[in-house]
Ligand binder design. Structure first.
Ligand SMILES: Cc1cc2nc3c(=O)[nH]c(=O)nc-3n(C[C@H](O)[C@H](O)[C@H](O)COP(=O)(O)O)c2cc1C
Length: 345
């Protein structure tokens, strides 16, 4: 296991060439590497700094009694933001050991309003690929996109997705509206990882934000304001060192990290529509995209950033003594602390 405080990032590239059999003898479907982030990488252009504009208040995850007590304590004690999420390094080391860094992402799906008897929301879950922590983009040597400087460290897991898939509007009501904002969100999520090698289940609960092509614009200020407090400057990363850090550059770098065939899936016919519907101009299966600014695929490409507020860790590595921990973030966006409690499994 990596040292708890190791300044590391995880890379998850299912699209890289398949490596040979791993030491365990298994063939890895997903290459996961623990590497140091490159310093001041290739850069291009500049964008506005993170906005501090007042944000739309995101819906919070349900407040358990324990959370309410901890929030009360926090309000009365005024504790500053901690150095690091206490679960982050162990979580990353477990994900690094996984054959494939996939997990199940759950969201809430609004039911058909015409059905009076149906519950207002129903759960939706699907497999997704963990793409590393936000602002710590893994190093893919084949990424043709400019990279941000290695300025920030976060505990915010990311995935990539298509704006036309259900999870996007589930997080962001207007995601699929032609003229609506492309970035937004704050919808409740839970991500469930089964780290089989570490025999540990991780459940990360919180909110998730969608990052789209308009992320540098004023309309996306609430998203930047919601995420910026969790982007902690790395030790030794001086302000402006290696150039300015840009939100849209990070988005493009995520797109560039995918291999061309994977980038081409963002030119697929609209996901979930009947095969009998003819796809629009430029859309079709099996396309490859080399240009990281390809207009059609970039219109659909999104990065989803999770903001965990509660983490449930169940360790079954000792069959005679299962262990379980609850980590809860108590506080507001820019001030708070993680509490840790060991629980009966
Ligand atoms: C192994 C595997 C990995 C996947 N990774 C992703 C992913 O990273 N992002 C994504 O949006 N969909 C991914 N999918 C597809 C989703 O499971 C799902 O089919 C798709 O996102 C549509 O779901 P939705 O309409 O509920 O959003 C993956 C599927 C599999 C089987």
């Amino acid at each position: 296991m990596a040292a708890e405080n190791e300044d590391c990032v995880i890379s998850a590239f299912p699209e890289l060439p398949r490596p040979a059999a791993s030491q365990s003898g298994k063939v890895d479907d997903f290459q996961v590497q623990l590497r140091r982030h490159p310093s001041a990488a290739r850069q291009r252009g500049s964008t506005s700094p993170p906005s501090t504009a007042a944000s739309r208040l995101p819906p919070q995850t349900p407040r358990t009694p324990m959370r309410r007590v901890l929030e009360h304590l926090h309000r009365t004690m005024r504790i500053p933001m901690p150095a690091d999420a206490p679960w982050r390094a162990t979580f990353l080391s477990h994900v690094q050991q996984m054959d494939s860094p996939t997990f199940v992402l759950s969201t809430l799906h609004a039911s058909d309003p015409s059905s009076a008897s149906a519950p207002r929301f129903v759960p939706r879950a699907r497999t997704v690929v963990f793409r590393g922590m936000w602002a710590s983009l893994p190093v893919n040597p084949k990424n043709p996109a400019p990279l941000n400087p290695d300025t920030y460290q976060t505990h915010l897991p990311t995935i990539t997705t298509d704006a036309r898939m259900d999870k996007a509007p589930e997080l962001l009501e207007t995601a699929s509206a032609p003229d609506g904002p492309q970035s937004g969100g704050g919808g409740p999520v839970e991500g469930v990882f089964w780290a089989a090698e570490a025999k540990t289940q991780w459940r990360l609960r919180g909110r998730a934000y969608v990052i789209g092509p308009d992320i540098d614009s004023p309309v996306a200020a609430p998203v930047r304001a919601a995420l910026a407090p969790y982007m902690r400057r790395r030790t030794g990363a001086a302000a402006g060192a290696g150039g300015s850090w840009s939100w849209s550059r990070e988005l493009t770098a995520h797109f560039g990290n995918l291999r061309p065939l994977m980038r081409g899936t963002f030119r697929n016919p609209p996901p979930g529509t009947p095969l009998s519907q003819r796809p629009g101009q430029g859309l079709g299966l099996g396309q490859t995209v080399d240009d990281v600014e390809d207009e059609v695929s970039r219109r659909n490409f999104r990065v989803v950033v999770m903001v965990p507020e509660e983490v449930d860790r169940v360790d079954l590595s000792d069959p005679e003594r299962g262990r379980r921990w609850n980590y809860t973030f108590v506080g507001t966006d820019n001030e708070g602390e993680w509490t840790v409690a060991e629980l009966w499994p």
